[in-house]
Design a protein around this ligand. Structure first.
Ligand code: PLP
Length: 351
């Protein structure tokens, strides 16, 4: 074995959800929005001339950051944007989690967290969810070098009330607490309101789910100016021009169209509430979800078999193995028509 082999960084990569492409497919496997983005996004993309693309974009992505800051009542200096929240969270890991003490996150959670921790050699400890798949705030009162969890959690969909988040932040004044709010717009209360009160809080959100722009890749972190400055310093030391011209225009246009945003989010919430009734009637068990997906199990059917049977009909859902979640499927809320096709299939499924 040549010596250089020893110096290659070896990582066990994160495996993203399958991206099949069939004209007739019903895609409920990666929590995308079933509706198109705001029509304002098209206009914004069209406003970028071909010749403008020869010039670098604004490295501060001022227009986008300003629009996000306005939406959340923050200063622009409290907002950081990146290429999807995956990019933003990876930058946060690199910037904030440099302690010898372990980073804490739940045992059942976004599968990317352990991958970033491993890649960046950040020690970490998994904190088990309780038997009801809930985060127990008291479990996070222990020595740590930082804390991250999604709210609502993924893939369970369970929402942690804001008081519980605040109690975790309060009991950890010496750590940075990151709340990954990829699904907060589907009925939860954002921790953004706590930013003024706690300097050690970072809230991350994304345009990929509630704003229907997964293909555009926009994520953002919000927190106190000092933390955001540190994050920017790391970003500029890595890649100054992460947000391209079209993304900056499109993202700003999407955030400004509040009315459209509310309308698609409300449609998804009402389809989700109907889906809860349908799944219950079909004998499925699941914890209440405040996200755009349900994490379901059936007492008589094997999740893996059902996953395969659905796939054959080009209905894609997510099967995520794992010790405690082996018989579960994560099913994204699609349009009413898509969900009806799914329920029709399930009513005739024999197991
Ligand atoms: C989808 C998701 C993300 C990442 O989304 P991006 O498309 O990279 O913005 C981050 N965290 C959780 C929990 C998610 O489900």
């Amino acid at each position: 074995m040549p010596l250089y082999e020893k110096y290659i960084r070896r990582v066990e990569p994160y495996v993203p959800g399958e991206q099949p492409n069939f004209p007739d497919m019903i895609k409920l496997n990666t929590n995308e929005n079933p509706y198109p983005p705001s029509p304002e996004v098209q206009k914004a993309i069209d406003s970028c001339s071909l010749s403008s693309l020869r010039l670098y974009p604004d490295p501060t992505s001022h227009k986008l950051n300003k629009a996000i800051a306005n939406r959340y009542g923050l200063k622009e200096s409290q907002v950081f944007t990146g290429v999807g929240s995956d990019d933003v969270i990876a930058m946060c890991f690199l910037t904030f989690f440099n302690s010898d003490k372990p980073l804490l996150f739940p045992d059942i959670t976004y599968a990317f967290y352990p991958v970033w921790a491993e890649m960046l050699r950040i020690p970490y400890t998994l904190i088990p969810l309780n038997d009801d798949f809930e985060i127990v705030p008291e479990d996070y009162c222990r020595e740590n070098g930082g804390i991250i969890f999604p709210n609502p959690n993924a893939p369970t969909g369970a929402l942690l009330p804001l008081e519980c988040i605040e109690s975790i932040i309060k009991s950890n004044p010496d750590s940075i607490i990151m709340v990954d709010e990829a699904y907060i717009d589907f009925g939860g209360q954002s921790a953004v309101s706590l930013i003024e009160k706690y300097d050690n809080l970072i809230v991350v959100q994304t345009f990929s789910k509630s704003r229907a722009l997964a293909g555009m890749r926009i994520g953002y972190a919000m927190g106190n100016e000092k933390l955001i400055k540190a994050l920017n310093d790391v970003k500029y030391s890595f890649n100054s021009y992460t947000m391209n011209r079209q993304v900056i225009e499109a993202g700003a246009a999407a955030v400004r169209d509040e009315e459209y945003f509310q309308s698609i989010v409300n449609k998804i919430i009402s389809t989700r509430e109907r889906a809860k009734k349908e799944f219950t009637a079909l004998g499925f068990k699941f914890k209440d979800s405040m996200s755009n997906f349900l994490f379901v199990t059936h007492p008589e059917w094997k999740a893996k078999d059902l996953f395969e049977a659905l796939k054959e009909k080009h209905i894609f859902v997510r099967y995520l193995r794992g010790k405690r979640t082996d018989n579960y499927l994560r099913i994204t809320i699609g349009t009413d028509e898509e969900m009806d096709t799914l329920f029709e299939f399930l009513r005739n499924y024999k197991g």
